[in-house]
Ligand binder design. Structure first.
Ligand code: ZN
Length: 139
């Protein structure tokens, strides 16, 4: 593989033991977040301990996928080569109906149409045989 081909490939998420349940669920078309066994607080991204009560026990639980657009930006260059070819690259912060916020991409919505508070629904985008991204579409 040439250097050019390598650098223009999409950067892939780093899947760790802590995040693997999230990625497995995405492959099943399910959105999950961590739920603290101690106090019930839902959290995303995953953490080793609850920031509300300190408990280290948690389980992954499905959420509805309903969300609203909390904030967004469109990143200008300099960017990694994959994104530079697609600049400005929009990045959205959505608030799940259940509370946690998640950085993501909006699919099928032009940047000019982004509006804070717009209603969204989780969707899933297979980017290779093993990785599925959670994206959000207009509800
Ligand atoms: Zn807790």
């Amino acid at each position: 593989m040439t250097q050019q081909a390598m650098t223009s490939q999409r950067p892939m998420p780093e899947i760790t033991p802590m995040t693997e349940p999230f990625w497995s669920a995405a492959r099943r078309r399910e959105l999950v977040v961590q739920r603290c066994d101690g106090c019930g607080t839902l959290r995303f991204p995953p953490e080793v301990a609850c920031y509300a009560c300190g408990s280290r026990r948690a389980a992954w639980t499905p959420v509805s996928g309903r969300a609203t657009l909390y904030s967004w930006t469109a990143a200008p260059p300099p960017l990694l080569p994959y994104f530079a070819d697609r600049a400005p690259w929009p990045v959205a912060l959505v608030q799940l109906a259940e509370g946690p916020r998640m950085f993501t991409n909006l699919a099928g919505i032009a940047v000019e149409e982004y509006a804070i508070g717009m209603e969204l629904q989780a969707g899933f985008e297979d980017i290779d045989g093993e990785t599925t991204l959670v994206v959000f579409r207009r509800a």
